[in-house]
Design a protein. Structure first.
Length: 500
């Protein structure tokens, strides 16, 4: 990852092997987890030839897999689900590149930089010297958002004025994050010959999205009662926005920050315009839980749709048991193989998150001085409380969910976290893709089943509720015990004035 020193940032140093491994895996899997400061680590050539290229390719791979699964439902009595290489090239050439060219021009017009200049040294009002990095930012910003990659050019990501200079750029970034994931639901409906099927999936995603936005905004606007007890006003008035403004860019405030946080974690993007680590416990729970749903709420480009369709397979299986019939979805019988593959995919991510979180919390050795278990011989130096558990869990959830955002209080640039997070990303990404493709191939070979009076409708409100319930129940049953030890207990500690 450090093959170029051409126009390197000021004070740049070579990556360690474990960090290079983590970064390579991160961009290959569309996660864009960054355990380093990109503006002071990566050269211009590395940003463009290594990272930006992977942003295009990994996004195209996600769409290609979604298209393969759609073909599995749309085709019948066939052994093929398309050509992977052809789909990837089409996605890059016909979708990603044209949109990114247009949006790059717009971002430049708003004030984003796009140059190859050397860093500029400026004198601050206090008389100090400040180094301002330059580089080809706007071109990487477009694919970062459209491809739901999320890796920022600057460490502050979309809170940096070069990456997100205006309210218009902020709104366009959120629109780009959702655009392809939302559009693929309609494509699914058209492909299977019933657009209502696509709208049903879209409705389920939308309901979960709006619920997350409302909870996150309410929690942040309500603020922290412990701060109120210190004499700091948190109520809205003519002179201040009120609520919890810690870690938020004042240009965007609470409303735009919570909306961005919900959008970026719904869509496995990971770009941020505020620090999720500074959210209130319940406000931070929303982006964390969004990721732990396997990023099915619109999700990454392609990844959101094929993840939600796997949940749809589980939902119709449950519905089939309730009506006493073989489960069917868009004219295909859902049998033992499809259900097993869907369960394997869901278990792969939860296994990675829970096992690595447990090891990092309880293993009796120091892991870079972050969370040092009893017997490690090292003093605890950070959040060895409920919030510390949340930070560790968020890191592995972000890696497994291909998100890339973080509770920034954790120092993840250590051999332990670099290696385990890299493994976390690989397992969760490919053990979700492989079952999805297995289901696609199995469904494509099946005959269409005619609809009868006993068929569970999958294009109406009843199925939307069933699908939402499946996502929530699977997530709640899987993660509620550890969430109750992290953000939930932290919330009650906050109410009792005992966060630490």
């Amino acid at each position: 990852m450090h093959f170029s020193t051409a126009q390197a940032p000021t004070g740049a140093t070579a990556m360690t092997p474990d960090l290079a491994f983590n970064t390579a895996v991160s961009f290959m899997t569309n996660t864009n987890w960054q355990a380093y400061s990109p503006d002071t680590t990566m050269s211009y050539l590395t940003q463009m030839a290594a990272l930006a290229v992977q942003n295009f390719v990994s996004a195209a791979v996600g769409i290609a897999i979604a298209v393969a699964l759609i073909r599995g439902f749309a085709r019948h009595t066939t052994k093929t689900i398309g050509n992977f290489w052809a789909d990837v090239v089409r996605c890059i050439v016909y979708i990603l590149l044209p949109i990114c060219v247009l949006t790059t021009i717009f971002f430049v017009s708003q004030g984003c930089i796009q140059n190859f200049k050397a860093p500029v040294t400026a004198q601050t009002l206090e008389g100090a010297q400040q180094v301002i990095e330059q580089g080809p930012l706007a071109s990487q910003l477009s694919i970062k958002m459209l491809g739901t990659n999320g890796g920022g050019y600057f460490n502050a990501n979309s809170a940096h004025p070069y990456e997100n200079p205006t309210p218009a750029s902020n709104m366009l970034q959120m629109f780009l994050i959702f655009s392809l994931g939302a559009g693929l639901t309609y494509m699914f409906g058209k492909a299977v010959g019933d657009t209502k099927q696509g709208w049903a999936v879209f409705a389920a995603m939308s309901a979960l999205f709006f619920a997350g936005v409302l909870v996150c905004y309410w929690a942040e606007q309500r603020g922290n009662p412990m701060v109120t007890q210190m004499g700091v006003a948190q109520a809205y008035n003519a002179s201040q926005p009120g609520g919890n403004m810690e870690g938020k860019e004042v240009r965007f405030g609470i409303a735009q920050s919570t909306l961005f946080a919900t959008v970026t974690t719904d869509a496995s993007c990971g770009a941020v315009n505020g620090m999720h680590d500074s959210f209130t416990p319940l406000g931070g729970l929303v982006p964390l839980f969004n990721i732990q749903t396997d990023e099915v709420i619109f999700g990454g480009v392609g990844a959101g749709l094929y993840s939600m369709l796997l949940y749809a397979v589980i939902a119709v299986f449950i519905g089939g048991l309730m009506v006493g019939r073989t489960p069917e979805y868009v004219g295909k019988k859902i049998e033992q193989k499809e259900v097993k593959m869907a369960i394997i995919a869901v278990l792969a991510t939860s296994l990675c998150i829970l096992v690595f979180t447990a090891l990092s919390s309880a293993a009796p050795f120091a892991k870079g001085g972050y969370w040092n278990a009893p017997g490690s011989g090292t003093a605890n130096t950070n959040n060895n409380v409920a919030h510390g558990l949340s930070e560790i869990m968020y890191a592995y959830s972000s890696g497994a969910g291909n998100n890339g955002s973080a509770f920034a209080g954790i120092n993840a640039n250590t051999p332990w976290y670099n290696l385990t997070l890299g493994i976390d990303m690989l397992i969760a990404r490919f053990f979700f893709i492989i079952p999805a493709l297995a289901i696609a191939g199995s469904l494509a070979s099946k005959k269409l089943v005619p609809v009868t009076n006993g068929t569970l409708p999958t294009n109406g409100p009843l199925f939307v509720v069933l699908l939402i319930g499946t996502v929530i129940i699977v997530g709640a049953l899987t993660y509620f015990p550890v969430l109750s030890l992290g953000p939930i207990v932290e919330h009650f500690q906050m109410l009792n004035g005992k966060l630490f």
